[in-house]
Structures are given as structure tokens and as C-alpha cells.
Design a protein around this ligand. Structure first.
Ligand SMILES: CC(C)[C@H](C(=O)O)[C@@H](O)C(=O)O
Ligand code: SF4
Length: 441
């Protein structure tokens, strides 16, 4: 019998059974999350299954955020926000409000998630939590509504596809380029209902904010979960970010795949061979080396989202555009992933750099990522975004186009108003642990 993968171990642990890929389990949930779009729907199910008299399985482990339409862009959104506030207050759950930020960023910053947690979120990018060595997955509002009452959910234990990268990343190549490359190679359905596990020396060297980029976009290839096994860096990050070390040993074998674990497939890469990637409209799987699209004119640049809206991402862009002005016919929309990111941008002068260059810096949240507000695209508009999705109409008009790239590529492109290879400019990397410990960027 071969060893087990991280996913098999986690779902064995949470179900109290010795299970393998393909088995079905009822597992205990550690953390449940919903936001301003999916929360009100989940509450309806919750009330149905509990006859309107239910209590949460664990209020302390239930988190609601107001991020997708924040601040409210219409009456319906405002009413949804009120419904969420009321439900959270009535049931004693954690609730984050307008300006606090995107669910996936807030849950991490506020210490709600740690290694070894089973996290369900009524949002598809809940795979993000794997960046801390948690098993995070997105569920529908109905599943979430039921789990809020029972604290359990059924799962099919996923097979695991491993992406293994060795060596040093070249200048101007970031985690975003890695994940676009992976998605391009396996396709948008290449990891359907599998865990995407990322490992190898390159991944081990990545700061946590970069690991989140990989796990966040696991869903863009159909992944049930995205996983980077936790290590010393995870522990240091959690301590620096939340003030307390994780209450679990990151070296615990339960949080690591066995060396003889059985994978569905292992894809191997050399970091040195990877060029900056751009995903062309209208599917994240359309990843190409940047040389193929250099010179494509853009109308809008968007820096933000749960993929690349962290402080370190903002700093990468700011370093490139500092002292420059955007070309007159280009607009840049900047949306910090959380209020804490916004605050840090303010304190470090990054916000001023953006404003001086002619960018619009908006309140923390999802912004125009899913086409709701704060920078929606019109007919014929072309946007280069640090986001995770570029489906038709994703950021607005069905006749608009979205290209996806790293913050460095968006920063370099901002200088010229066209897609520009970030290797043409000076780029830096930032270590989130060092920054959280007070180092100057
Ligand atoms: C609105 C929400 C359900 C949706 C998701 O689950 O992904 C959104 O966050 C997105 O990115 O499209
Ligand atoms: S930032 Fe975009 S991808 Fe992330 S949760 Fe919000 S809408 Fe979804």
C-alpha cells in the first residue's frame, strides 16, 4: 500500500476514518465562510433546515464578509449587507464590514485559518487557504447553509495532481507566472475535483503571499483544493501576521504528503525556464509567454483581487511606476485586498505613488473583478489585470477583453499603455514575513 497525500490525510483526520482518493466521507468543518452575495442565500437554507430556530455549529468559527459589492452599489446590495449584518449579530458570528476587505484575505489576516484546518467558503476561491496548509474549498450556498447548522459536510476524497518546481525563479517571474503556466499546461478542467499540490525547492522558497496566488487559482483548473504543505515559513508568517504562532506543529506528518504518496500525475518544471506569462482572453488556460502578446494596447490596468491585491503586490507595481505618469489614454484602477493592505499603502507612501502616477485607488474589496462596480469595462475595452479570471464579460461588457498577468507585468505595462515584458524594467520581490516584522520595503 502506498503512502497518503495531504488531502487523503486531512480528510481521514476530519472524518475519523482511514480514507483514500475516491472514498466519500462526512467531515467535520473547522471554519465556514460566506460573503455578501452567497451569505443571504445560505441563511435561507439554514433557516429551512433548522425551522428558523437554529444555532450555528460554532459561531467562533463562522465568518461573514461584505466585500463583493462593498460599499453597496445599489439597493439590493445594501439590503444584502443588512441581512448579513443581522444574521451575524443574531447568531454571534464574526462579521467584517465595508472596507475590511476580500473574504480570503480577511480570514487569513485575522487569524481565522491555520494549517490543518478544513475550511469551506461559499466562494470558489476558497482554495486559497491551502497557502497556509489548510484544506480549503468552495461550496454552494445550500451546502454552506446546511453545514452552518451541522458543522459537517460530505466530500469525495480527491485525487492529487502535483506541480513540482525546482530552481531559482528568473528576474520578473513570480508565482502568478507559475500558476498561469500550470493552468495553460493542464487546461481549465485539468484538475477537476482534484487537489492541486505545489512543491519543490522553488515553491518552498516562496513567501506566503506568493503561495496564496498558486492555491487561489487552483480552481481555475477545476481544483477542489490547492495545497502548499506548511513549513517554518508558514509558522513565522502566522506569528508575524496575527501575533501568535500556529497552535499546531507545521512539521507534523499529518500535514505532509508521504514521499511514496500516489499522485494522479506529477508535472515537473525548472524555474529558470519559465518566462512571464499572460493569459489572453477569454479563459485563464490561454496562457502564453509574454513575447507573444507584447505591444497589445490596453485601456485599463487593474491591480487588486484575492489573487494579487496584497501589500507586496502593490509594492511591486509602485516600485515600477514611481515617479512616472500613466499615458494619458490609460486608466489604472487599484483596489487593495483588505483595509489592512490599504492602511499599509498609506503608511509606506505606496498609495501616494499610485495617485501621483494618475491611478485611482479605491476602497478595499473585490472591486471590478467580477464586473459589479468600481471600474466596469465598456464595449471594446481591453484590460490587463492582476485578477484570476478573464471569461467573456468578466469585468463588464461581453465585448470587452481581459488579459491576466502578474503585478510586475501590469506595472511595466502601465508605463507604456501596452502589454510590456517586466524584464524590461527593474523589478523587486518582497518577503511578507520580513515586512510584517517591520522591515522597510
Ligand atoms: C460571487 C461569488 C459566488 C464568485 C465566486 O464564487 O467565485 C466570485 O467571487 C467570483 O470570483 O466570481
Ligand atoms: S476578488 Fe474576484 S475572484 Fe476574489 S472573491 Fe472577489 S470577485 Fe471573487
Amino acid at each position: 500500500m502506498t503512502g497518503k497525500t495531504f488531502a487523503e490525510k486531512q480528510l481521514s483526520e476530519k472524518s475519523g476514518r482511514d480514507v483514500r482518493a475516491g472514498d466519500y466521507v462526512e467531515a467535520d468543518i473547522d471554519v465556514a465562510m460566506a460573503h455578501d452575495i452567497t451569505g443571504p442565500l445560505a441563511f435561507r437554507t439554514f433557516d429551512e433546515v433548522t425551522d428558523g430556530e437554529g444555532s450555528l455549529f460554532a459561531p467562533e468559527q463562522t465568518v461573514f464578509t461584505i466585500d463583493h459589492h462593498a460599499p453597496a452599489d445599489g439597493v439590493q446590495a445594501a439590503n444584502n449587507h443588512n441581512a448579513l449584518r443581522e444574521f451575524a449579530a443574531e447568531h454571534g458570528a464574526h462579521q467584517y464590514d465595508v472596507g475590511d476587505g476580500i473574504c480570503h484575505q480577511v480570514l487569513v489576516e485575522e487569524g481565522h485559518v491555520g494549517p490543518g484546518d478544513l475550511v469551506i467558503g461559499a466562494d470558489s476561491h476558497s482554495t486559497s487557504y491551502g497557502g497556509l496548509g489548510a484544506f480549503g474549498t468552495g461550496v454552494g450556498s445550500t451546502d454552506l447553509g446546511t453545514a452552518l447548522a451541522t458543522g459537517e459536510l460530505w466530500f469525495r476524497v480527491p485525487e492529487t495532481k502535483r506541480f513540482e518546481v525546482e530552481g531559482d525563479l528568473p528576474d520578473a517571474v513570480y508565482a502568478k507566472d507559475l500558476i498561469l503556466k500550470f493552468i495553460g499546461d493542464v487546461g481549465f478542467a485539468g484538475c477537476t475535483y482534484m487537489a492541486a499540490e505545489y512543491g519543490g525547492s522553488t515553491i518552498e522558497d516562496l513567501p506566503i503571499h506568493e503561495r496564496f496566488v498558486l492555491t487561489n487559482m487552483a480552481i481555475e483548473m477545476g481544483g477542489k483544493a490547492g495545497i502548499v504543505e506548511p513549513d517554518e515559513r508558514t509558522a513565522r508568517y502566522l506569528e508575524a501576521e496575527t501575533g501568535s504562532p500556529p497552535d499546531i506543529d507545521v512539521e507534523d506528518p499529518a500535514l505532509h504528503s508521504d514521499s511514496d504518496a500516489e499522485y494522479e500525475a506529477v508535472h515537473r518544471y525548472r524555474a529558470e525556464e519559465i518566462a512571464p506569462q499572460v493569459s489572453v482572453p477569454s479563459n485563464p488556460e490561454n496562457a502564453v509567454d509574454i513575447g507573444e502578446v507584447e505591444g497589445t494596447a490596453v485601456d485599463q490596468l487593474f491591480v487588486g483581487t484575492c489573487t494579487n491585491g496584497r501589500f507586496e503586490d502593490m509594492q511591486v507595481v509602485a516600485d515600477i511606476i514611481e515617479g512616472e505618469e500613466l499615458p494619458p489614454d490609460v486608466r489604472m484602477v487599484v483596489v487593495p485586498a483588505s483595509g489592512a493592505v490599504y492602511q499599509k499603502m498609506l503608511e509606506t507612501g505606496v498609495l501616494t505613488t499610485f495617485v501621483d502616477a494618475g491611478a485611482v485607488v479605491q476602497s478595499a474589496g473585490c472591486g471590478p473583478c467580477a464586473g459589479y462596480h468600481q471600474g466596469v469595462l465598456g464595449d471594446g475595452d481591453v484590460c490587463l489585470a492582476t485578477a484570476n479570471r478573464n471569461f467573456p464579460g468578466r469585468e463588464g461588457s461581453m465585448d470587452s477583453e481581459v488579459y491576466l498577468a502578474s503585478p510586475a507585468t501590469v506595472g511595466a505595462s502601465a508605463l507604456y499603455g501596452e502589454i510590456t515584458d517586466p524584464r524590461r524594467v527593474e523589478t523587486k520581490r518582497f518577503d511578507d514575513v520580513a515586512l510584517a516584522q517591520g522591515a522597510r520595503p
